[in-house]
Design a binder for this molecule. Structure first.
Ligand code: ZN
Length: 247
């Protein structure tokens, strides 16, 4: 099985389409989505509808999805995120709102090898950014490969023979990651729609369960187009600016 793994699309349809058209993504059999389809970007309905049409075999909600569909308030968000969340609430169609409302919290078991969550297996809102945080998440995971998002930072940590090892983080996490039989992994594909590791390209990964390999990918997309839509929608200008620097 070859999984296409997407996280933190954040209503950026240009980034999503570029990823879906990327040759490694086209070779995948099934889609996994790690949450935050909406929030920040100007195309929440287009993104939700595109993902719905692709029928992911597993998908969890993110914190922005919860706020966008009224399951949670934006009180914990910073002013920019709150302004974007309020705009998203007003823009989402009732049907797409219902769809987000029905998304399950993680962790969700996909098969014997893989599980997915938004933040961490023990808390859907936790931020895992380093090896120390990762150990707690690895201990809480039920499957050898735990895929998560939320931080918008590509990260891979290996736990083998009680040793924790940072495989890579940010733009340095690139290429192929072999999955060793007697190890456990915690892997973040980075963000499709709002990368924050200094690389503005959309991030995603592919996971081949037969070859036991993960490949980390980055793809160029029409950043200027996504930025123009954010400005046209009256969303905070910062949300457009950060896309060109990947922050
Ligand atoms: Zn996010």
């Amino acid at each position: 099985m070859r999984y296409l793994v997407l996280s933190d699309i954040h209503a950026n349809i240009e980034a999503l389409e570029a990823v879906l058209a990327d040759p490694p993504a086209l070779l995948c059999d099934s889609l996994l989505v790690l949450g935050d389809l909406v929030g920040y970007g100007a195309d929440p309905n287009a993104v939700v509808e595109r993902i719905r049409a692709l029928a992911p075999i597993a998908m969890v909600r993110g914190n922005h999805d919860r706020v966008a569909c009224g399951l949670d308030s934006a009180d914990g968000f910073n002013p920019v995120a709150r302004a974007a969340a309020e705009w998203t609430v007003s823009a989402l169609t009732p049907d797409n709102c219902d769809f987000l409302r029905a998304l399950p919290p993680g962790p969700l078991e996909v098969d014997r090898l893989v599980e997915i969550c938004h933040g961490a297996p023990f808390d859907e809102d936790a931020y895992i950014t380093n090896e120390r945080h990762a150990l707690g998440a690895l201990r809480a995971a039920d499957r050898p490969v735990s895929l998560f998002g939320h931080t918008h930072l590509p990260l891979a940590v290996e736990w083998r023979h009680e040793q924790i090892r940072l495989v890579g983080r940010g733009p340095r996490l690139a290429g192929m990651l072999p999955l060793v039989d007697d190890a456990r992994y915690l892997v973040n594909p980075g963000s499709v729609g709002q990368p924050r590791d200094g690389d503005p390209r959309a991030g995603y990964l592919t996971l081949d369960t037969d070859a036991r390999q993960i490949h980390v990918h980055r793809v160029v997309y029409a950043v200027e187009q996504a930025q123009a839509k954010i400005l046209d929608a009256g969303l905070p200008e910062l949300l457009a600016r950060r896309l060109s620097i990947g922050q």
